[in-house]
Design a protein around this ligand. Structure first.
Ligand code: UDP
Length: 492
């Protein structure tokens, strides 16, 4: 750390302009699955360095996270219980994006255009306030953030919040390493066709990021592949890019090695989950609050307390994926027939008719949103039926909860492949017709996932995940080394 002006005066050395104190700005796309790992990383950085750490996300998200905050735009207006500061940029949709009426492509244009200008203002204001940002860290879909940082002479680093296997797959796909792009095209969307990426175990087409194999011309998210292409081009434009990744050495060593062999210094710092740090001190795991969704008022924790240890099936498809009417019916039937108690997250925006007969019978509870980490950490938890978002996957792993994987899109197929590979769960077969997991298959998967064999694997990976993130663990060491390099001015 640089000497202060006072120290220099006392020592008689010439009073040089003081180096700015480290200040990390973590910029995230305004979705729950991006905000969570960004906030957790911010807390880790704060814990590792004691430096000032600020999270920046879109105005609409910050309004939901901190309702009633005094000022929306002032840099110093929001701070969470752990000491992380918050400041918004504008994505041009300050009243929020409404998927029923708004166009996703237009949104991505706006977030880049308006976001670039307003994030630039944030950097200027923080500098003006005497707290210049010394490193910008940005999550997915936001390559433009690196341009804004560069224009303000601030170094920037990508924080990859999906598995390293997915980053390696994109890298090789866009670089066309060993003709892998042609091999994927030749597979013609056959989910069972095998694709070989340099250094990775063989993957089937169904295990690949969905955007890489999407063939439908009507896909409203067809543009997303270009965002990943831009990201890889950005990395390819850097001399020796360092990428923070929310994964850990033990879970996907081949992907980490493949990336390094091909010039991307991936730095596994995961699982980045604040509850692992807070556990003991805070008297139990929780996600820290300030979600984009309001907690359901139902007393689901009391209900969990009343269930037998290891008995409850938790069902959630995350913050974005929507269950179709038929999917809801099949889950309800499967759970009713299974006779197992269950807690089911069915968001308000995923319910067409409220108040019909209780879904899945009397043994279950349906909530709009819960504190997932608390639920997964509860002794009553037996199994998680999940869409396999990467956060949910890491959380279940760190809690030792076996999973039934029902991947929907983006990285979730790869995440399910990783789960099956380490043995902590099973990927459910779904209907060819509409991708629905049917009741009989759900029951079969529950029987498998709650078997002694899978439970034992889940218990082993709980310890491996926690060991990586613990004080002195591989991820903790990696983060400290990365930060030390940044503070010494080693990036860019
Ligand atoms: N989550 C939660 N309560 C819920 C459902 C989800 O707190 O009722 C959290 C979950 O713990 C995870 C995040 O929302 O951290 C979802 O991220 P993930 O990557 O699993 O899926 P996405 O929502 O991005 O598809």
């Amino acid at each position: 750390m640089p000497a202060t002006v006072e120290e220099e005066l006392v020592s008689g050395a010439p009073a040089l302009a003081p180096e700015p104190e480290p200040h990390f700005l973590v910029v995230t796309y305004p979705a729950q699955g991006h905000i969570n790992p960004a906030r957790h990383l911010a807390r880790r950085l704060l814990r590792a360095t004691g430096a000032r750490v600020t999270v920046s996300t879109a105005v609409s998200a910050l309004r939901k996270m901190f309702p009633g905050a005094a000022s929306e735009t002032e840099p110093e207006s929001h701070r969470d219980a752990s000491g992380v500061w918050y400041v918004p940029y504008s994505d041009g949709y300050d009243d929020g994006f409404d998927k029923a009426v708004d166009d996703a492509t237009h949104y991505m244009d706006q977030i880049k255009l308006v976001g670039s200008a307003t994030l630039g203002d944030v950097l200027d204001r923080l500098r003006g306030a005497g707290r210049p940002v010394t490193l910008v860290v940005y999550t997915l879909l936001l390559s433009w953030v690196a341009d804004v940082a560069r224009a303000h002479a601030v170094p920037a680093a990508l924080y990859w919040i999906q598995p390293a296997t997915v980053l390696a797959a994109y890298l090789h796909f866009f670089r066309a390493t060993d003709g892998v792009d042609a091999a994927i095209a030749a597979a013609g969307g056959d989910p069972w066709a095998t694709v070989r990426f340099p250094g990775l175990p063989p993957l089937r087409v169904r295990d690949l990021p969905s955007f890489m194999v999407s063939t439908s011309e009507n896909d409203p998210y067809a543009f997303v592949i270009d965002l990943f292409r831009q990201l890889i081009e950005l990395l390819d434009g850097e001399d020796s890019p360092s990428v923070l990744a929310n994964t850990f050495d033990a879970v996907e060593p081949e992907a980490v090695a493949s990336l390094r062999d091909h010039g991307v210094d991936v730095v596994p710092v995961g699982p980045v989950l604040s509850f692992l740090d807070d556990d003991a001190a805070a008297g139990g795991a929780k996600n820290g609050g300030n979600d984009l969704f309001s907690q359901d008022g139902k007393d689901y924790l009391d209900w969990l307390d009343a269930q037998a240890p290891g008995s409850v099936v938790y069902i959630s498809f995350g913050s974005l994926s929507v269950m179709s009417e038929r999917q809801i019916e099949e889950v309800a039937r499967g759970m009713s027939e299974s006779g197992r108690p269950f807690l089911w997250v069915l968001r308000e925006d995923n319910r067409s008719s409220e108040g019909a007969a209780p879904l899945g019978g009397e043994r279950g509870m349906v909530v709009g949103w819960c504190d997932q980490v608390r639920v997964l950490s509860h002794p009553a938890m037996g199994c998680f039926v999940t869409h396999c978002g990467w956060n949910s996957t890491l959380e279940s792993m760190a809690c030792g909860v076996p999973v039934v994987c029902v991947p929907q899109w983006t990285d979730q197929g790869t995440n399910a492949w990783l789960v099956e590979r380490v043995g902590t769960g099973v990927r459910a077969a779904v209907s060819d017709k509409d991708g629905v997991l049917e009741a009989d298959e759900l029951r079969r998967c529950l029987d498998f996932a709650t078997s002694e064999m899978v439970r034992a694997k889940a218990a082993v990976w709980r310890e491996k995940a926690r060991a990586a993130a613990s004080e002195g663990g591989s991820s903790e060491r990696n983060l400290k080394a990365f930060v030390a390099k940044q503070i010494a001015g080693g990036n860019n």
